[in-house]
Unconditional design. Structure first.
Length: 301
């Protein structure tokens, strides 16, 4: 596990760095305090402004600060320091996806960075290869936490947890960015793994049972409505012509056989239709494909 003593010592050391403290507060979902050096230069203005915009979910402010920085057009031959600023690139990448901004500029910036494990992780994020084995999962975990939390699967949680646990040299590394992502990812994973309150679990189970009963009832109503609709159509068909009646009487035995086959087929179709109607209702009511399969399997519908 991430050693508590080392974590405490590390966090106490970064208190003297407004940049690291602000980033750590963002990852931890804590209040962002105004830094004394945020107006010292344009880069700091963008850094603190973007973090505050993400924390407050303020798209307008993010676009304002992103527009300032995206005017810079560096290349591999004329690299500028901010290109390899992991903190800045990360929050810009998060904001671009979170607020649905054109990400062409940030993609170009990442493409001319120095090649290292963090850059490779950023490249995989751009390509949406979130579960690649060549990433640093703690970084991807924090990225998904801000942008696409629904993609944080249980397998990815376990992978991230194991990766952080196995990294015994974490605090000996030189990347404060990776360390802070690891600490906060670990904390979020521990919280997510907590056992839910028993009363809440019982209420959820009770709701699930009542919910499925209502789905079955609605499914039955749909089937009944369709059945009576078919009966109604058959009863209101136009009268047969004399020629048609003669034809039916002549081949009555054939229609009897076809009718028997039809009833047999209908007997096989009704259970399938019943199950399909329940699945459709569950999906319409917001259940995911995975949860639908589990609910149908659990209740034997």
């Amino acid at each position: 596990m991430v050693p508590i003593e080392e974590t405490i010592n590390y966090l106490s050391r970064i208190n003297n760095s407004p940049k690291l403290t602000t980033f750590n507060n963002l990852l931890g979902g804590r209040e962002i305090h105004t830094s004394e050096d945020q107006d010292s230069n344009e880069l700091n203005q963008v850094y603190y402004g973007v973090i505050k915009a993400i924390r407050e979910n303020n798209k307008h402010d993010f676009v304002t600060f992103y527009s300032i920085k995206s005017k810079s057009k560096p290349s591999k031959d004329s690299a500028v320091p901010f290109i390899n600023d992991d903190f800045l690139i990360f929050i810009l990448l998060v904001g671009v996806v979170k607020f649905g901004i054109d990400g062409a500029w940030i993609s170009d910036i990442i493409s001319i960075r120095n090649k290292n494990t963090i850059t490779i992780t950023f490249e995989n994020i751009i390509k949406e290869n979130y579960y690649s084995k060549s990433i640093l999962p703690e970084i991807v975990y924090m990225y998904l936490h801000f942008t696409k939390p629904m993609l944080i699967t249980n397998d990815f949680i376990n992978f991230t947890y194991k990766s952080i646990n196995d990294n015994t040299q974490l605090f000996e590394g030189r990347s404060d960015f990776q360390i802070l992502c690891a600490i906060n990812s670990y904390n979020l994973i521990v919280i997510s793994k907590e056992v839910p309150d028993k009363s809440q679990l019982l209420m959820l189970q009770d709701f699930t049972g009542r919910f499925l009963k209502r789905v079955k009832f609605l499914s039955w109503l749909i089937q009944a409505a369709l059945f009576w609709g078919v009966i109604y159509l058959l009863l209101t068909l136009p009268k047969y012509s004399p020629e048609t009646i003669k034809f039916i009487e002549k081949y009555n035995y054939a229609f009897t056989i076809f009718g028997a086959l039809g009833l047999s087929f209908l007997g096989n179709v009704i259970p399938i239709f019943k199950k399909m109607s329940q699945i459709i209702l569950l999906r319409l009511l917001g259940a995911s494909k995975t949860s639908v399969k589990e609910l149908i399997k659990e209740k034997g519908s």
